[in-house]
Design a protein around this ligand. Structure first.
Ligand SMILES: Cc1ncc(COP(=O)(O)O)c(C=O)c1O
Length: 479
């Protein structure tokens, strides 16, 4: 197949192939019913790993553009008929190099019966009535000064509540003035990139790692360098000396799971100090911890003002709040506030005060205790199910969060496994879909979205698909 893919473009190779295929489908160059080449042969033509192509196929299958027919091949799906959008000569184009298109997000697809998608908290645990009351109270006439503009740092009440929450819960010593309230992690990363990254700067990211961070830094012109991870988290020795910024998830490496070991934390801070590197600590889901004592954050260990700490309410509450925060060294504070003002002015004050009350009045604490119980039970079921039913998988030890990863003891095409599982109503994610060049083969199981009682049946179904599960019926004559 003649597929023009710009593999030198910024961003990862899977995304480049994904975008090229999507473009071919949308433009009609690939028509409904056309058969795609097997991932192995397209990979050979493009000189990339087979997983890279398979993951791009898997994404397009998940979005309904392609259809995987078991034992046959992959076809352009019916739904994918291109919209008749005639392109006028001279139509506006993004600037050269802007290759970014929306990545698939979980809300776009129907939840499957067995839902192990990653990064989705259980919205049914969120106290919507309380939330509605709190927001409604802040929207009463006179509650605020809606005719004026507000400070880009966020409402002082919320900054105070977050500073106390972080000092008590995470050992992050922050004054209210150190906290900048953001629209989630994503905006925090955007502000950091605006202030720190120049085109061509090297940004080190974990591989496998968080695609939304990778793509964001690349969109500012950074040269994003994937750095391997192992059972102790980011391999600090492999971070290039010339890095300007290192993005890491030390509490719960995303997506493989282990915490960054204490020795690596110290090595990273020492490296950052020696080479004047900024370290972005993404502490996205450490509220859900399944061991006694958490490790100290990089921020708490940092003596030289190198760490920007980023947190979110997307996992501890729900992503739809679009609420997060960053705590930056004082040397960056004004620049970040300026960036926030230029980006979108400031956040919504009524919701910020509602959230401040939710945090300060103990409602967040109550919610977290309840959610932790539910997630702990599901996590146990996932770990138990993998151990009993899926001997070809070995769980990567971790201590926190809303998902676990497991590696195939003998590497297989994990993207194909995930695609087949999805056809059978099981959403589970291929570890390789998060990788740039790391040769990983495994599955990632989220347990935020699934009902507790669906966990074991889902794993049993997956095990049957992979040929290791319990028989549907006990064999005749034996009990
Ligand atoms: C590694 C990581 N960081 C942060 C987030 C949360 O992002 P946001 O706060 O923008 O919703 C996620 C969500 O999946 C994540 O996986």
């Amino acid at each position: 197949m003649d597929l023009p893919v710009d593999l030198d473009a910024r961003g990862d190779r899977t995304s480049a192939i994904y975008r090229a295929l999507l473009d071919a489908i949308r433009s009609g160059r690939l028509g409904v019913g056309d058969r795609l080449p097997p991932s192995r042969s397209l990979a050979r033509d493009l000189a990339v790993a087979r997983n890279t192509v398979a993951t791009a196929y898997e994404r397009l299958v998940a979005e309904g553009f392609l259809e995987a027919r078991v034992g046959d091949g992959t076809y352009v799906a019916e739904l994918a008929a291109p919209a008749p959008a005639p392109r006028h000569p001279g139509a506006l184009d993004p600037r050269p190099g802007w290759t970014f298109r929306p990545l698939p997000v979980s809300g776009e697809t129907e939840p499957p019966p067995y839902d192990f998608r990653v990064g989705i908290p259980d919205a049914s645990l969120f106290p919507f009535d309380t939330w509605r009351r709190l927001v409604a109270a802040e929207l009463r006439g006179g509650a605020h000064h809606p005719g004026t503009y507000a400070h880009p740092a966020g409402h002082p009440q919320l900054r105070g509540a977050i500073a106390r929450y972080l000092s008590l819960g995470r050992g992050v010593a922050a004054e209210p003035d150190d906290v900048l309230v953001t629209h989630g992690t994503q905006q925090a990363l955007d502000l950091i990139a605006r202030v720190l990254i120049e085109p061509g700067d090297v940004v080190a990211v974990e591989d496998p790692g968080y695609p939304f961070a990778r793509e964001l830094f690349a969109s500012y012109g950074a040269r994003v360098v994937p750095v391997p991870v192992d059972g102790d988290g980011l391999v600090v020795d492999a971070v290039p000396d010339r890095a300007r910024l290192v993005f890491t998830t030390p509490s719960h490496q995303f997506p493989t799971g282990p915490p960054l070991s204490l020795a690596r934390r110290q090595a990273l801070l020492e490296f950052a100090n020696r080479h004047r590197v900024a370290v972005v600590e993404d502490d996205y889901d450490s509220e859900f911890r399944f061991t006694e004592r958490p490790m100290e954050t990089l921020h708490a260990l940092d003596r030289h003002g190198r760490v920007v700490y980023v947190g979110t309410f997307s996992k501890s509450l729900i992503p739809a709040l679009r609420s997060g925060y960053l705590v930056a060294p004082r040397s960056l504070r004004d620049a970040l506030l300026g960036a926030r003002q230029l980006a979108d002015g400031y956040g919504a004050p009524a919701e910020q005060v509602a959230l401040a009350r939710f945090v300060a009045d103990g409602m967040l604490g109550r919610h977290l205790r309840r959610a932790l119980r539910a997630y702990a039970e599901r996590r146990e079921l996932v770990l138990d199910g993998i151990a009993r039913l899926l001997p070809q998988l070995e769980v990567v030890p971790s201590a926190a969060g809303l998902h676990v990863a497991a590696l195939f003891t003998t590497p297989v095409d994990d993207a194909a496994v995930a695609a087949t599982a999805l056809e059978h109503g099981i959403a589970v994610e291929a570890l390789s879909s998060y990788a740039v060049s790391a040769p990983v083969s495994g599955l990632v199981f989220g347990y935020g979205a699934t009902a507790t009682q669906a966990v074991t049946p889902g794993l049993e179904r997956l095990a049957r698909l992979l040929g290791t599960g319990p028989a549907t019926r006990p064999p005749r004559g034996r009990r």
